[in-house]
Ligand binder design. Structure first.
Ligand code: TXA
Ligand code: MG
Length: 322
């Protein structure tokens, strides 16, 4: 029986990456509710979640051999493919672009939900636009209250959003661009397909790439030099905050209490995948304690592919990188 054909037309869906706010792709009201509840701008397209490769294929106009190899290797899992779309898909989902983002999540409760609806589900992360992503049902409830039901699937196993990979076929060659790094790395992709990598992201084709995103309720500062004296650091932070605009790309930058008496440090595991799993949840816990500021210190072991996705989120969640 469908759970999404009646009000409120949306549901909190656990996935292995983060919790999503899901609606049927054929539900005009559901799609509209996603944008309204998240306060998300209409220029930022939604990922469509499928329960089979055939469902994904039907939503594209050009299912390439490279796409086929990638999904057979990485689905279900944290890889979103951006491919030329089929004309039938609601343009609100794709923000009027010619492409659609597709992913098959591997959380059993997500697959069960998509299967029981019988149609793919559009689902962004279940947080307000620009804010920290949810990795537990409690996170979703704390942000949206009882506006919709949340399926409890426990804590997310990966903890960071999927890799978003754009594939463009140019004759016999495939151009690939990572629009958002995630658990499926470039070298993992290189092991199974031959693509020509493009580094530059065309902003018009990837409108979701804001400078700031994932921001906690208390400002986060990313500190490159862990040996910096705290007093020097405080001076730099006060100075830089006074120069910051109130809003960047439509995301509000919160000002801390500049006395900076109460500072908390974000500490994460020394292993990349584990640190990624902890990140959003630790960030929320610290913000709930309402310090003036949260600081993250970059350390020497934070390098390599294992840390790339996490550092993408950390630097975007940070109000300042100093
Ligand atoms: O792991 C995930 O991907 C999670 C879970 C819920 O599946 N979803 C997620 O959705 O992170 P969201 O909406 O928070 O982020 C989707 C990103 C955005 O940056 C969006 O701009 C990009 O994917 N995107 C979606 N469709 C696109 C398209 N057709 N072209 C370019 N970028 C696209
Ligand atoms: Mg998101």
């Amino acid at each position: 029986m469908s759970r999404l054909q009646n009000p409120p037309f949306v549901i909190g869906m656990p996935t292995e990456t983060v919790y999503g706010l899901a609606a049927r792709i054929d539900s005009e009201q559901g799609i509209a509710a996603i944008f309204r509840l998240k306060e998300r701008p209409f220029f930022d397209p939604l990922i469509v979640h499928v329960a089979s490769i055939d469902q994904a294929r039907a939503l594209t106009s050009d299912w390439t051999p490279v796409a086929d190899i990638l999904v057979r290797r990485f689905w279900p899992g944290p890889l979103t493919l951006v491919l030329p779309k089929d004309g039938s898909i609601n343009p609100m989902i794709t923000s009027g672009l010619d492409t659609v983002g597709l992913r098959m999540p591997r959380h059993p409760k997500a697959l069960e939900l998509i299967e029981s609806e019988g149609v793919p589900l559009a689902a962004p992360s279940a947080n307000k636009f620009g804010k920290t992503s949810p990795t537990s049902a409690a996170h979703v409830l704390s942000e949206f209250g009882s506006a919709f039901e949340v399926i409890d699937g426990g804590e997310c196993e990966v903890g960071l959003e999927s890799t978003v990979l754009s594939l463009v076929q140019k004759g016999t060659e495939t151009e690939a661009t990572i629009l958002r790094p995630g658990a499926i790395s470039r070298s993992a992709i290189d092991k199974v397909v031959r693509v020509r990598w493009r580094e530059n992201i065309d902003k018009r084709l990837a409108p979701g790439q804001m400078k700031h995103h994932y921001m906690p309720a208390v400002p986060l500062i990313f500190v490159r030099n862990p040996n910096e004296k705290i007093e020097t650091l405080k001076e730099t932070i006060r100075q830089k905050f006074s120069e910051l605009p109130k809003e960047i790309d439509g995301v509000r930058i919160i000002q801390p209490n500049l006395s900076l008496h109460n500072i908390r440090t974000l500490e994460l595991a020394h292993e990349g995948a584990l640190a990624a799993r902890q990140f959003y949840s630790r960030l929320r816990e610290l913000a709930e304690k309402k310090p003036d500021l949260i600081i993250f210190y970059q350390e020497t072991h934070h390098h390599g592919e294992d840390w790339e996705a996490l550092f993408d989120r950390l630097t975007k969640a940070a109000s300042l990188v100093v």
